[in-house]
Ligand binder design. Structure first.
Ligand SMILES: [Zn+2]
Length: 260
């Protein structure tokens, strides 16, 4: 049986999880190095708790890049061969991913809760700091990890927009569902990829850089929280425009019907 995960809320390798059909997940014992060990303890945020020699953290809390699954051997001729090995961690890896996992997380796709009103307020405070230069520093997104860990306190996501994080494919989606038809469809979506590249779909159409050049640089990569907010605002405005146009059109059509 695998080692059960000690992260609060995570039920990896619990016998109940495995019995319910959950897959066993690689898990790692706490490192012996004291400094690294204390980083792990701090990171998993379990109150008043000291790990034992059996305490383990499962692979769901580490980035793929920190997990070694194969070993590469080099021959004298310079050719290399990679052989799958026992799953190991990079020597300085620290658990960093703590989604609120649903009870059965076998799909590995997790939905994080929407931001609370308190956080919204905090966000507004951040915005008010714009003028004195504090903003610029706090506006930077360090990397994809920073994005998925802190988006909820950094981005003001308008109502009706949803967030989905795919930890396996390393994609961060903000999307809007169209519930006005018989079948719910997804036609509006902003996706940030692991390399911070952004793709935007509006009414099912992918936006080109030309549509977003005021917000994103030509490589379409995002590095500021305010850019994501601007994208959301731009999408929302475009959708409102389209809706207004639609209303106007139907009004004209109705008038035509009356005339004829
Ligand atoms: Zn876990």
């Amino acid at each position: 049986m695998g080692k059960s995960c000690c992260v609060p809320g995570c039920k990896s390798n619990y016998s109940s999880t495995l019995k319910a059909g959950g897959k066993s997940v690689s898990a790692f014992f706490f490192p012996k190095d004291e400094i690294l060990r204390s980083k792990w303890v701090k990171s998993i945020r379990r109150h008043n708790w000291v790990p034992t020699k059996f305490s383990a953290v499962c692979a769901l809390h580490f980035f793929d890049a920190d997990i070694i699954r194969e070993q590469t051997f080099y021959g004298n001729d310079g050719r290399s061969v990679s052989i799958p090995t026992r799953t190991k961690l990079d020597s300085d890896a620290v658990p960093s991913i703590f989604p609120s996992l649903p009870p059965n997380y076998s799909s590995k796709i997790v939905r994080l809760p929407k931001k609370s009103p308190e956080k919204r307020q905090k966000n507004n405070l951040v915005r008010n700091n714009y003028s004195n230069g504090i903003f610029e520093q706090s506006d930077l997104i360090a990397n994809f990890q920073d994005l998925i860990l802190h988006y909820s306190s950094k981005i003001n996501i308008p109502d009706f927009w949803n967030v989905e994080i795919n930890l396996v494919k390393k994609k961060f989606h903000i999307y809007l569902l169209n519930v006005s038809e018989e079948i719910i469809t997804l036609t509006n979506q902003i996706t940030v990829h692991e390399d911070m590249l952004v793709t935007v779909f509006l009414n099912g159409k992918k936006l080109l850089h030309n549509d977003l050049k005021w917000i994103l640089p030509s490589d379409m990569k995002v590095d500021m929280w305010s850019q994501i907010e601007s994208l959301l605002i731009r999408c929302q405005n475009k959708l409102n425009e389209a809706k207004k146009h639609e209303k106007h059109e139907s009004k004209i059509n109705r008038e035509r019907e009356i005339v004829s």
